[in-house]
Design a protein around this ligand. Structure first.
Ligand code: OGA
Ligand code: MN
Length: 290
């Protein structure tokens, strides 16, 4: 079986020809998908009727160790009892819509800020696999931005400036931007880690900006100046020409490279319509042989 990749955007993102990822364990096919990820940064697989176990198992076959130190796990256990399966829904443990003032809802709303997954822990996240289980009857899209193209278009002077820089990433910060409050204990658990501002893909050698709304400061720079640089870079990197907007269909599975893209959820009437997606994120570690 040979996979084909149909581009969804001039710069990145492709839809992959029919394949059932639940059954995919052939090393050659897995490798072809990894190569597709290196090239496109975002891959869309339609008609993937995933169960939680099938999604977790595929993520491990694809890229190894899973991320389980999510921000929300510092606040409470999730409704699946498995922190490697991130609850990207607007539902409570009984499957009911979260109320307008529910703390879990407020926490999740921060997905509407541009971000990368798991940049606030070490080892940091690599690939995210997001599976659509139930969708609202209105648009509730996800946007992706190509951080490689955004890097390529920086001026030579800006490339020189950002090359040696590192930023502090904390998931508490992206929530505090929206007025979310943390206890001292939670804030301590979520204080975050330092990340380079530019990453190089070891296969393609392409450079990419590594940005997120979790980035609070540039190491060694005065706070306002660092925040302004981060703000300007995110503004640059999310201009329309770098953005692919994914319109979800039921049973879609979308995989993105958190070291090559940023993403954000788009708003919809989330206190009115149910939206249930589940995400598994792998860690950026050398893959151990299966
Ligand atoms: C995620 C995420 C955006 C969305 O799953 O990591 O940010 O549209 N999702 O739900
Ligand atoms: Mn996310």
């Amino acid at each position: 079986m040979t996979l084909s990749f149909s581009p969804l955007h001039p710069l990145f993102a492709a839809q992959v020809s029919p394949i059932d990822l639940r059954e995919t364990d052939d090393p050659g096919l897995l490798e072809a998908i990894r190569q597709g990820m290196h090239q496109y940064g975002v891959l869309v697989f339609r008609n993937q009727p995933m169960t939680d176990d099938a999604q977790l198992a595929f993520a491990e076959r694809f890229d190894g160790t899973l991320h389980a130190k999510t921000g929300s796990s510092a606040l409470g256990t999730n409704r699946f009892g498995n922190e490697a399966l991130a609850d990207i829904s607007n539902l409570d443990e009984n499957g009911q819509l979260l109320a307008t003032d529910d703390r879990r809802r407020h926490y999740g709303l921060a997905n509407r800020l541009w971000h990368t997954d798991a940049s606030f822990v070490e080892p940091h996240g690599r690939y995210s696999l997001l599976s659509a289980r139930a969708l609202p009857p209105v648009d509730a899209d996800t946007e992706f931005a190509d951080m490689r193209a955004a890097y390529d278009d920086l001026t030579a002077e800006m490339k020189h400036t950002v090359a040696p820089l590192h930023a502090q990433h904390s998931i508490a910060y992206s929530r505090q931007i929206l007025g979310f409050e943390f206890s001292a204990d939670e804030a301590e658990k979520l204080k975050g880690v330092v990340q380079p501002l530019v990453r190089v893909n070891s296969v393609t050698q392409r450079r990419a900006l590594y940005l997120a709304s979790h980035a609070t400061s540039i190491m060694g720079w005065p706070l306002p100046e660092g925040r302004l640089l981060l703000h300007d870079l995110i503004e640059h990197a999310t201009q329309p020409q770098y953005v692919y907007r994914h319109r979800w269909e039921n049973e879609d599975l979308v995989i993105w490279d958190n070291l090559a893209t940023m993403h954000r959820a788009r708003p919809f009437q989330d206190t009115q319509y149910r939206r249930d997606l589940r995400r598994v994120t792998t860690l950026d570690l050398p893959r151990t042989a299966p």
